[in-house]
Design a protein around this ligand. Structure first.
Ligand code: ADP
Ligand code: ASP
Ligand code: MG
Length: 422
């Protein structure tokens, strides 16, 4: 007997037929004697619709009250939690739904981007033991204990709910059921030759997720790493009756580095079109200028990512380029323009048609020249690189968005990710 968390994403609960299929997966585990907590997302497209309604309701003002936004967007998961509990009951599986405030999932009060502080799993465990009851938990939502208000965890946050529940109930495994059968070497929608990884280290998954692979929310991987939760990414579209209860289903285990025997230099390639580039031209080359640019941006809660500054040729002025999330592009330009007096520059240039391509692999720690190979391969395809950043287990390149697919596929082949590992 094992204790499991099963998380089902939006496409997996998109309609009543799919919810029924999910319920059959849950029943399969219950029949095998396992204790099960299920975490569900909103039906595919539901959250987008709720967000769009919030925007439409405030068309004259750019910002809405994040507390009310959370009230609206949390409703999507309420519907699926109830529907799945009803469906399970209809299959004679004892099930009860739980909303974030009922469990409770205590979070910070950073509405729309709240962090989970604590989940009390004892009541769920008691019900596993005493009633053989399946818990069906609405993902993505929580409550701020002091204000008592509903919070949400940021887009894709049900993954984080699932891993946090797994830690709280001391689950043996957290299964993330989604519309792909695992974590691939790159997004299979863009790279048809991408391959499923049997295992990936937490650190690598963290980089893949934060650099654009939306298969897992970044925060869920962090939590898994901290609490040592075994996370298994697998497909919800398999037919439950085809799954051998004693076999190894296809999927990807996210685990500690030590568990991975066959370590590759490059594990995966992520990309993000959600970037914008800003260049501040002819800034004074003197102490304090970087602070004059980046402190106002930080104060405005804008996340700066890549930063490139040249050594000035004449000792007087230089150019400084950086990237921000595309959604913050206009606001960033305004912040910099407002600080023009303190910074001192001649012109502001920007571009939103850029993409960031990132190559990730723990093996880079011990291999030199990995990035250099990429520069040559991209040059051969006439892809210009606008900015570069590197760290211990990854490097990122900023390029024109039009070349995203070409660049990702080129690098995927370059590092032999197209080929099956021996
Ligand atoms: P869910 O609704 O189940 O949470 P998501 O849409 O959030 O699912 O995440 C699954 C999607 O992530 C896949 O359909 C795939 O297109 C995308 N994806 C991006 N990068 C990868 C990758 N490296 N491996 C697998 N899927 C990826
Ligand atoms: N429904 C939320 C979203 O679409 C959370 C999730 O699916 O994980 O972002
Ligand atoms: Mg998701």
């Amino acid at each position: 007997m094992a204790r499991l968390v099963m998380k089902f994403g939006g496409t997996s609960v998109a309609d009543i037929d799919r919810i029924r299929n999910v319920a059959r997966h849950v029943k399969r585990e219950v029949d095998a004697g396992h204790e099960v907590a299920v975490v569900v997302s909103a039906m595919s497209g539901a959250t987008d619709q709720l967000v769009a309604w919030c925007r439409a309701a405030t068309k004259d003002r750019p910002l809405f009250d994040a507390r009310e936004y959370d009230v609206v967007v949390a409703s999507g998961e309420q519907v699926t939690a109830g529907l799945l509990a009803i469906t399970l009951q209809d299959m004679d599986v004892n099930a009860r739904s739980w909303l974030g405030w009922q469990l409770p999932v205590a979070t910070s009060n950073a509405h729309a981007a709240a962090r989970i502080l604590d989940i009390d799993g004892e009541e769920l465990i008691r019900r596993f033991k005493e009633r053989k009851e399946v818990a069906v938990i609405a993902g993505f939502q929580g409550i701020h204990p002091e204000t008592g208000r509903i919070t949400t965890l940021g887009r894709g946050g049900s993954d984080t709910s699932a891993v946090a529940v797994a830690a709280a109930i001391r689950a043996d495994r957290c299964d993330i059921y989604t519309d792909v059968d695992g974590v691939y070497t790159s997004d299979p929608r863009v790279v048809p030759r991408a391959r499923r990884l049997d295992k990936i280290a937490f650190e690598e998954m963290l980089e893949l997720a934060s650099l654009g692979a939306k298969v897992m929310q970044v925060r869920s991987v962090e939590l898994g790493m901290v609490h040592d939760v075994r996370i298994f990414v697998r497909s919800s579209f398999d037919r439950p009756e085809d799954i051998d209860p004693h076999g190894n289903p296809p999927g990807t285990l996210i685990c500690s580095e030590e568990e991975i025997v066959e370590q590759q230099v490059v594990t995966g390639i992520a990309f993000s079109r959600d970037e914008a580039q800003i260049s501040v031209r002819e800034v004074q080359d003197k102490p304090g200028v970087a602070a004059a640019i980046f402190i106002p941006l930080a104060d405005a809660n804008i996340n700066v990512d890549m930063i490139v500054q040249n050594v000035s040729a004449d000792g007087k002025t230089t150019d400084l380029t950086f990237t921000v999330p595309a959604a913050d592009y206009q606001r960033s330009l305004e912040v910099i323009a407002k600080a023009k007096g303190a910074i001192g520059y001649s012109r502001l240039d920007g571009a939103t048609d850029v993409a960031k391509i990132s190559v990730i692999g723990i093996g880079m720690r011990s291999h030199a020249g990995v990035a250099a190979q990429a520069f040559r391969a991209l040059a051969e395809r006439a892809v210009n690189i606008r900015a570069i950043t590197t760290s211990e287990i990854k490097f990122s390149l900023l390029i024109d968005a039009a070349f995203t697919e070409l660049a990702v596929r080129t690098l995927h082949s370059l590092y032999d990710l197209d080929k099956a590992t021996p």
